[in-house]
Design a protein around this ligand. Structure first.
Ligand code: 6GU
Length: 248
């Protein structure tokens, strides 16, 4: 998958060099390109923001640098450098995602959908947001989505973008070594939260690993884990419980 990120703080994305995602990048599974929006601002001070039309607090991101940057990325994508060989939706045009608290909420389901894309472009806004005409322009020319990572406010789209890239990236073929570890976890398959995990030693500070996990009885272990998942979900996130597990 190709991923382009546009931001005035490209340094945020150094974090994606670490761990599993960094390895996926160096192995060529993820082609991540981070762009500094200021490279497309041509005045002496490389200005990317201005006062809001109609007045009010804060600053708004100017449309021209966004237009130049996104035009360049879209032209490059169309010229065929996004590696259409290895992805199911390899022929599709890029999807532009603007992280925004006003967007659709990002979920594991959305991560799975986005993992099918050939080319994602993340446009990270700062300040009070980006001039509306940027969204309108690219929605008219192609595919645009506003996406929120939850009901709280961040200072910009960078941290939200990192979260989304990590959730999407780990679903790409070959990124996670053991694909089985993708199946049993929270929000996957049946929508239940994860069961608690333990390792050695069998006793630590007087706290024991639940005996069933040391019993060697595989069926009993599976039963216990499922009960734990249901109990935890009922306690912490009752709204996630599937209909048939709800108590009247
Ligand atoms: Cl995607 N952006 C910002 N600025 N704040 C958020 C968010 C995104 N998602 C939740 N809060």
């Amino acid at each position: 998958m190709r991923i382009d990120v546009v931001s005035i703080f490209p340094g945020y994305f150094d974090a994606l060099e670490l761990s599993l995602l960094g390895k996926a990048k160096s192995r060529g599974l993820i082609d991540l390109r981070v762009h500094d929006l200021r490279e497309a601002a041509h005045d002496k001070h490389r200005t990317v923001d201005d006062t809001p039309a109609g007045g009010g607090a804060g600053m708004v991101m100017k449309p021209e640098p966004w237009g130049e940057m996104l035009d360049g990325i879209l032209a490059d994508s169309a010229s065929g450098s996004a590696g259409s060989e290895s992805v199911p939706d390899g022929g599709a045009e890029p999807l532009i995602i603007f992280p925004s608290p006003a967007g659709d909420v990002f979920t594991q389901r959305m991560a799975r959908e986005l993992a099918e894309e050939r080319h994602l472009v993340f446009g990270c806004g700062r300040y009070e947001g980006i001039d509306q005409r940027v969204f309108d322009e690219y929605a008219e020319r192609g595919r645009v989505r506003l996406v929120s990572i939850g009901d709280y406010v961040l200072n910009g789209g960078e941290v939200a973008t990192i979260a989304m890239i990590e959730a999407i990236g780990r679903l790409l073929p070959g990124v996670v070594g053991n694909p089985e570890s993708l199946v049993e976890e929270s929000h996957e398959e049946d929508g239940l939260l994860e069961y608690p995990s333990y390792t050695k030693p069998a006793e630590w500070r007087g706290r024991e690993v639940p005996p069933v996990l040391l019993s060697g009885n595989h069926a009993a272990v599976e039963r216990w884990r499922r009960e734990q998942r249901i109990e935890r979900t009922r306690r912490v996130r009752p709204e996630l419980l599937p209909e048939e597990l709800r108590e009247a």
